[in-house]
Design a protein around this ligand. Sequence first.
Ligand code: HEM
Length: 412
Amino acid sequence: DHQQLPQDKGLDHTLELLKEGYYFIMNRSNKFDSRIFETRLLGEKAICLVGEQEAKLFYDNEKFQRKKAAPSRIQKTLFGKGGVQGLDDQEHRHRKAMFMTLMTDDKLEEIRRLTREEWRNQISDEKHEVNVYEAAKQVLTRMALRWTGIPFKKEEAEQWGEEFSDMFEHAADIGPKHWKARWSRQRAEGWLEDLVQQVRKEKVEVDQDRALYQFSLHKDPKGKLLKPYIVAVELLNLLRPIVATAVYIDFAVLAMHDYPTEVAQIRGDNGRQFIQEVRRFYPFFPFTAARVKQDFIWNDYEFKKGTLTLLDLYGTNHDPVIWDQPNQFKPERFNDWKSNPFDFIPQGGGEFDIGHRCAGEWITIDILNETVNFFSKEISFDFPDQDFGYSMNDIPTLPQSNIIITNIQTTH
Ligand code: HEM
C-alpha cells in the first residue's frame, strides 16, 4: 500500500485552469501543502508537479515519455504533428541533434548580428510611435527567415510574421481564434513543404549551411529523408519560437519601465543578469507535459503507466524554496547564481541533447541580449501613458498596451 496523492476533487478542472492561468498548479500546491497532487484536465487524470526535485523526476527518461503527451488541439496550433516535441528515445536524440548542430558559436553570433541589423532597420523606418511587441515580431520574422536561409520577399515578411504568431498567441484559445491558428499553421506548413521539395530537386538555390537546406536533407536513423511535411513542422519549430521571443522582449522593455534603476545596470554591462531575471520573473510557458512511461513508485507515491503529468515551469521559477523573494524583480540574484538543470527552467529543464529542454534557449538569450542593448544603448525614447498591467490568466499573456514607446532618437 502506498501513499494517496492529494486530490483535487471534482470531475474536471479545465475551466479553472483557464481561469487561474499561471497560478493553477501553485494554487493547488499551496492548498494541499504538497509539491505533487492529482487533478483532472481535459477529461483525464493528471498528476501535477512543482519544484526542483520534482523537475528532476519529470526529466528522467526511464520514467516519462512524450508520446501522446500534448493535447491534440495544441498540436494542431502550437507544435504541429510529428515534430521533435513528441518523440522519445533514439528517435528523439537523433532529431534533437538536427536542431542542436545549428547552435554553434558562429551561428549564434549570426543571430546576434541579424537581430541588431533588423532592429536598426525597423527603428529607422518608424520613429514617432512604436508598438514594441508588433515591431519585435517583424524584426524577428525577418531575422528568422534570413537565419534559416528561407527565401522571402520583403513585403511578405509581415504576413508570415502574423501566421507564425497566430500559432503561439492562440494556442490555448477556443473558438474562432483556435481556428485562425490552425489555418495559419496549415498555410505555413504548405508553403514550407513546397519549398523543401524545391530544395531537394535543386530548383531553388539556397545556402547549404543553413537550416532550410540542412533539415531538407537530414536523414532519419534509418538513413531516409524526412517527409517534407515533417521538415516543414521542424522548420516551424525554429521560426515560430524565434518570433515568440517577442513576448520576452515586450516584458524586458516593461522591466526597463518598471525598474528604471536596472537600466543603468544594463548599460554598465549587467545585461545578462537582467535578461535571466526577465526569463524567470515574467510568465510565458506555464507548464510542460509528459506521460508515465512505466509503473513506478516515487516518494511512496504510485505513478501508473500512461498518466498525464504536468511540470509547473512558472511555479518552479517562483518557488520560495529555490528563490529568495521570488515575487520581486531582482537581477542581482543572478550575480553568483549556481544553477543546475532543474531549478531555473523557463524553457524546460534537464539536458538539451537527451531531454526535451528547449533547443532555442541560447538563441533566446542572444536575441534578448542584443535587443536590450539596442533599447538601452542605441536609442532613447519615452513611455507615454498606457496600461502596463498584464493578466495572469491569459496564456500566453502580454502587457495590455503591448508597450508603446514614443519620441525615439538614435543616440549616436
Ligand atoms: C522546447 C520554451 C524559444 C525551439 C521548449 C519547451 C519550452 C520552451 C518550455 C519544452 C520543454 C519541455 O517540454 O521539457 C521556450 C520559450 C522561448 C523559446 C519560453 C522563448 C521565446 C525557442 C527558440 C527556439 C525554440 C528561439 C528555436 C530555435 C524549441 C524546440 C523545442 C523547444 C525545437 C523542442 C525540444 C524537444 O522536444 O526536445 N521551448 N522556447 N524555442 N523549443 Fe523553445
